[in-house]
Write a new protein. Structure first.
Length: 294
């Protein structure tokens, strides 16, 4: 009887130990599975983050290429590119968890959709500009040779006139400023030390334009130091309701060819800091740059 009792107890103990062993094995298996799943999710999330970053970089490159073409939509394209750059910066700083990645992917899709629409508009504008340019000469001939078509061509002529006016404006390129110390021998030594500067040399290029009006051109150059003081003549010119305080003027005889303009602005006691150089055609700023003196 006692042996039977002892056997029953032993069986019960073995059963309990077996159940505990099975439970431990199941817990270890689940823990291992969960760990592998978590590792897979982390790897997948990182890959997804890298892919979205790559897509954003390609989006930015598309905008860079479109902006370089200097279309009339450049300002809008630049604004959208800055949104892409901003999202890239946010994404690089993020932890890359699933919730945030879903948000960033959604924002990327919105930016990509906007880019597609803008690129279509750019293509349309480029085609229209090409067509207008091609038709310009032929339209003038039609207007001269056939007065019967005057009423029909009035609308086209107005659009073409706007294109010619825009195209006839002169472009200022490569605006640069150098600071120089003047030796007793007359030799000019370039420097970036404010205390040594005797002359600022401002130069720029007027681009060739075959449809611009030739003749004498006057530009107003404004140089502003780090304390917002206008250097040089500090003369003021009024253009209608607007007035302009400038450092000096430069006059150029323009004959529809490229012209290099260089002029010195002498001075003393130059301040340290950033200087701003602006070129005006009357009251319209057409070019600007900056430089720094230490």
């Amino acid at each position: 009887m006692e042996n039977q009792k002892s056997n029953s107890s032993l069986k019960a103990i073995i059963l309990v130990l077996s159940l505990l062993l099975l439970g431990s094995l199941f817990y270890i298996f689940k823990l291992t599975t969960d760990t592998k799943t978590l590792q897979t999710e982390v790897t997948s999330t990182k890959t997804e983050k890298d892919n979205v970053l790559k897509d954003l970089q390609e989006l930015k490159a598309t905008y860079d290429a479109a902006i370089a073409e200097n279309t009339s939509m450049s300002d809008e394209l630049i604004a959208e590119r800055e949104k892409v750059v901003g999202l890239m910066a946010q994404l690089e700083k993020s932890k890359g968890d699933a919730a945030s990645m879903a948000k960033y992917k959604q924002q990327f899709i919105a930016l990509q959709t906007k880019m597609t629409g803008l690129m279509q508009e750019v293509d349309v504008l480029k085609k229209e500009n090409t067509k207008l340019t091609t038709n310009l000469d032929s339209t003038k001939v039609v207007l001269t040779d056939s007065k019967n078509y005057n009423q029909v061509l009035v609308g086209q002529n107005e659009e073409l006139s706007k294109t010619v006016e825009k195209g006839s404006k002169l472009s200022i390129l490569n605006l640069k400023t150098g600071a120089y110390k003047l030796r007793g021998s007359g030799k000019q030594i370039e420097t970036d030390k404010a205390s040594r500067v005797d002359i600022l040399k401002i130069s720029f290029t007027i681009a060739e334009n075959s449809i611009a009006k030739s003749g004498d051109k006057t530009y107003y150059i404004q140089v502003i130091d780090s304390k917002s003081n206008v250097l040089g003549d500090k003369a003021t010119m009024n253009f209608g309701s607007q007035s302009l305080t400038y450092s000096f003027t430069t006059s150029v005889k323009y004959e529809n060819k490229t012209v290099q303009v260089t002029q010195d602005l002498p001075g003393k006691n130059f301040e340290k800091g950033t200087y701003f150089v602006n070129v005006f055609d009357k009251s319209e700023m057409i070019s600007k740059s900056s430089f720094t003196l230490k």
